[in-house]
Design a protein around this ligand. Structure first.
Ligand SMILES: *[C@@H]1O[C@H](CO)[C@@H](O)[C@H](O)[C@H]1NC(C)=O
Ligand SMILES: *[C@@H]1O[C@H](CO)[C@@H](O)[C@H](O)[C@H]1NC(C)=O
Ligand SMILES: *[C@@H]1O[C@H](CO)[C@@H](O)[C@H](O)[C@H]1NC(C)=O
Ligand SMILES: [Zn+2]
Length: 355
C-alpha cells in the first residue's frame, strides 16, 4: 500500500470519529474538507470562507488531495473537539453560532471571530457588545418607498430596554422606539437585496412591524445582531430571574412558526386585529379544520377555527395547501408545553383584548 492510500484511509477514518463527523464551524454532517493548519474538519461551504483567511487557515479536500504523514498526524493530534475547546472556550451564551443553512455573513463572521480575531479563546478580552448592553452606530434603513435606504443613527439602550433610531446623530426626537422585550432580528439577505441585510421585527400596539437595515461591514452587522440578542438575553434574565440560562437562550429569538396571511372572518370585533395568542391543548387551545356551520369566508374559502379559552377565532386561507400548512404549524405550537414566558405574553394579550 502506498503512503497515499494509507494516509487517506487513516484520514477518512479520523473524519468519521466523534465531533469530526460534523463541520467544526456550522455543524453540517460529514465534512469533506479540512484545515490542516488549524486541525479541523469542515464542510465545503465553510472551506470557501477559510480560503479567504489564508494567513491562518489552509484547506485540502480529504478525498481528493494528497496528505503526507505529518499533516495526518497533525489532524489526529488536533481534530474538531480539541480545537473547538480552545477557540470556543469563551463564547457568550447569547452569541449566535451559525448552522449549515444560515446565510454567508453569519458564517463568515463566526469563522473570522473564532480563528482570526480569536474573540472566544480563554484568554480573550470580550468585545464591548458582550459586556455592555449599549451600542450606537449608523445603519442603512430601508425607507417607505422600499427602493431607497437612508442612513440612520441607532442606539441600543440596555437600561431603557429600547432600540431607538434617529435621522441625525444630534436628532432630538427618535424616528422610532422599539422595545427589546418585543423585538427579534433575523438575517434576510435575499428579501432585503443585500448580503448583510437584517430584518428587525417587533410588536407595537398589538401589530407586527418590520424594519430592514444593513451595514456595509459584515462584522458590524453581525455585531449588531448579537448585541440585540445580548440585550434580549439580559431582559429575559431580568424578567425571569429564576429561570436557568439554557432555557432562556432559545427565547433570545422570538419565533413565529409560520408567517403569512389568513383572512379573519366571522363577526368582526374591534379587539381581534393583530394577533391571537396560541397556547397549549392542556389549557383549552384547539385548532380544527373548517368553519362552524353557516359561516363563510369573505374572499377565501379554506376555513380553520382556533378555539381559545376565551373565545373562538375563525380564519380562511387562500388555498387548501395554505390551510394545511397553517393547521400543521398551529398544531405544532399547541402541542408544546407552555413556558413561563408564554404565560406572561398570554396575560398581556388578554389584557389588551379586554380593552
Ligand atoms: C451553503 O451556504 C449557503 C449560504 O451560506 C447556504 O444557504 C446553504 O444552505 C449552504 N449549503 C449547504 C449544503 O450547507
Ligand atoms: C435548566 O432547566 C432544564 C429544564 O427546564 C433542565 O433540564 C436543565 O438541567 C437545567 N439546567 C441547569 C444548568 O440547571
Ligand atoms: C427571529 O429570528 C430568528 C433568527 O434570528 C429567525 O429564525 C426567526 O424566524 C425570527 N422570528 C421572527 C418572528 O421574525
Ligand atoms: Zn460548515
Amino acid at each position: 500500500m502506498t503512503d497515499w492510500d494509507r494516509n487517506k484511509r487513516v484520514l477518512l477514518d479520523l473524519a468519521r470519529q466523534g465531533e469530526n463527523s460534523q463541520c467544526a464551524d456550522c455543524g453540517a454532517a460529514d465534512p469533506e474538507w479540512a484545515s490542516y493548519t488549524l486541525g479541523v474538519f469542515i464542510c465545503l461551504n465553510c472551506s470557501g470562507i477559510h480560503r479567504d483567511l489564508s494567513g491562518i487557515s489552509r484547506v485540502k479536500s480529504i478525498h481528493l488531495d494528497f496528505w503526507d504523514d505529518t499533516l495526518v498526524e497533525e489532524m489526529r493530534r488536533k481534530g474538531n473537539q480539541v480545537v473547538k475547546r480552545c477557540y470556543e472556550a469563551n463564547v457568550p451564551p447569547f452569541y449566535y453560532k451559525p448552522r449549515a443553512a444560515d446565510c454567508k455573513v453569519l458564517k463568515e463572521q463566526w469563522i473570522r471571530a473564532k480563528y482570526d480575531r480569536k474573540e472566544f479563546i480563554a484568554a480573550s478580552r470580550p468585545q464591548e457588545i458582550f459586556t455592555s448592553g449599549d451600542r450606537a452606530g449608523y445603519l442603512w434603513k430601508r425607507g417607505k418607498d422600499k427602493g431607497s435606504f437612508h442612513q440612520r443613527s441607532f442606539h441600543l439602550l440596555e437600561k431603557e430596554g429600547t432600540l431607538r433610531y434617529y435621522s441625525k446623530e444630534d436628532g432630538k426626537e427618535p424616528r422610532g422606539v422599539i422595545q427589546v422585550s418585543k423585538m427579534n432580528a433575523t438575517f434576510q439577505p435575499e428579501k432585503i437585496g443585500n448580503p448583510n441585510g437584517l430584518q428587525i421585527t417587533y410588536l407595537e400596539d398589538g401589530h407586527t412591524r418590520n424594519i430592514f437595515v444593513y451595514h456595509k461591514s459584515g462584522k458590524d452587522i453581525v455585531d449588531w445582531f448579537n448585541a440585540i440578542r445580548a440585550a434580549r438575553f439580559r431582559y429575559l434574565k431580568m424578567a425571569f430571574p429564576t429561570a436557568n440560562e439554557s432555557d432562556l437562550i432559545p427565547k433570545c429569538t422570538w419565533n413565529y412558526a409560520k408567517e403569512g396571511y389568513m383572512e379573519k372572518t366571522g363577526p368582526t370585533d374591534a379587539y381581534t386585529q393583530g394577533e391571537v395568542f396560541i397556547g397549549n391543548t392542556e389549557y383549552g387551545y384547539i385548532v380544527t379544520e373548517g368553519l362552524p356551520p353557516g359561516v363563510k369566508g369573505n374572499k377565501w374559502n379554506f376555513g380553520l377555527t382556533i378555539q381559545t379559552p376565551g373565545r373562538r377565532f375563525l380564519f380562511t386561507c387562500e388555498t387548501e395547501q395554505d390551510r394545511k400548512e397553517w393547521i400543521n404549524a398551529l398544531k405544532e405550537v399547541i402541542s408544546k408545553p407552555m413556558s413561563c414566558q408564554d404565560y406572561t405574553v398570554e396575560a398581556t394579550l388578554r389584557r389588551k383584548q379586554r380593552r
